[in-house]
Design a protein around this ligand. Sequence first.
Ligand code: ASP
Length: 656
Amino acid sequence: MASEIEARVLVLYTGGTIGMLKSEGGGYAPHPGFLASNLRSQARFYDPAGESVFANSESVGAFKSWSASRSRSGASTPTPPHLPPEQDPTALRVETSDGHIYVHSLVTPRFAQGKRVRYAVWEYENLIDSSEIEPSDWIRIASDIERNYHAFDGFLILHGTDTLAFTASALSFLLEDLGKTVILTGAQIPLSQLFTDAVDNLLASLAIAGHYLIPEVLLVFDNMAFRGNRCIKASSEDFHAFQSFNLPPIAEVGIDIEVAWSQVLRPGPRPFRVHKKLCADVATLRIFPGITGAAVRAFLSASGGIRGAVIETYGAGNAPRREELLSAFREASERGVVLVNITQCPTGAVASDIYATGRALAAAGIVSGADMTTECALAKLSYLLSKPELSPDQVRKLLSQPLRGELTPSAPVPTYSSPHDVDTRLRALFSQLIECAPPQQRAAAHKAVRPQVTAGDPVLPPEYSATWPATLADEEALKAAVMPYLLSQAASQSTDLLRTLVASLDTPALPPVTSQLTSTSSSTLALPSLLNEAAQTTLQTPLHLAVLAGNSPNVDLLLSSGASVHVRDAHGHSPLFYAVRHGATSVDEARKMVVSLKAAGAHLGELELETGAVGLEVCKAGKAAEPAIRDLWVEAAGEEGVKRAKAALAALVGVS
Ligand code: ASP
């Protein structure tokens, strides 16, 4: 029995291999009407009465009664619609640039994720091979989504693969404050062929668009959903034609659909709208050994009208440092041409501070595009330059900030540090936060944190203050940097704060409230690993700090939350050593801590005994006639251990 729960998806069919047929001339070309009627003939894509095998195989019993009823009534295949769409009660109304039309709807069997997806395939009048796509087509697609935004749960754009990554990037910017799922897909082999990837790509797209609220422009291909503006077409042959080298997939389709909710962008804070202009005066220039300043000058010449260019550089953003070349860039940039540095490497980012060659480009006015793809950088340039309210400096500034999750923000000065370098991570994260804060606060923060970058820093209009943390993953990165600091402060000072922090880290990260998830893969920060993170210089953990502060409730809380008793600080001491030593301040508190630590498996280290550290403390206790403290050492090290510790000290100071 088919479920009544349906999602509505509008499919915009623009052309591409997916719907092509062999033309008379021999080559593949799109053919009007073919795609929708092909879909209608396949029960996977069209099962209005829930009569297909897919809708009736949830159990042996269901399958048997379905086959029996079929043999009684004769097998039925979906039939072409008898009524014109205007009279078909199941047709869907689609708003167009000059009114509206009705489109026959198709409906899938129920997906394992729970719903049937009712969809209308709105075929564009002029189906194209995507190598002929123009920016005006992107504006049209975006406007069509805007017109129909309220009537559908999600949108699917069928498109050729050649320029799919360009279209995905452009749409990601044109669709401002997007709150619904928009998917682009296509195929390497047409749906008309027996062996094709079109079926998988279409079904995966319909399933995702119909079941998940992922407010992004996604590119679905070969069972992966990528953030569209992170993709490139990486193969002209494989079914796995698209790659997103700098960001893992947003969802993977396998036995189930696994959505990486922590990576999903938050929906925009303002109502959805479409920006309907793109600047045509943009271009890309690939650096190569021997490139001349004259060639660059001609390319960027004032008469050519170029207002922005993507400069594809080597490695981490490097190019030759020949003055005649650099001056060509400098002149263009001084004229107001916006130049953005994108690496030719498919993986990794521009970090123009690392090499002198990269620094020379930055000095010539070329801004870093971080890890954006060329497709995305070009679309972003074209989008930003079409906004008359933005000056070239503001465009430059926005190019290196994430607006749609298109780049990974990076600290101004890349640093090479160990993963335990909390200070560096904090500095990097605060820089990122500052970059994305509202302009007024950013200016103040710059003064406080990075006075060197205040001069001439353009102020951006408030609507460009991107939300950061933009994803749960960003939030986790922030937590990972801030938490060790907070934990160590709380460990030595406040049991209430420590309890709150521990509780917050113990709770699995929740998926966004808007998601209609049926399966998730959410990540959490591992509490024990954070608890045992040692401070950079002292190498002390929160447990060390709680013990040093003589805070036995915090010691108990930390131990029950997974703190290790075995981490040794820069002096080679475990928390147990300091717990006993705290006896000099309060024997009772020290005893409580020693008991708890011992119960958790703590022991003094061989080195603490051998270096005389324990022996010295025992002797001090003896001298001060503090038998209670001596007892504590016995409790910690055992009689035998105390004897060895004293002997080691005696040997060290030459007393027998
Ligand atoms: N040339 C085709 C297009 O981009 C290739 C494809 O669809 O895969 O429209």
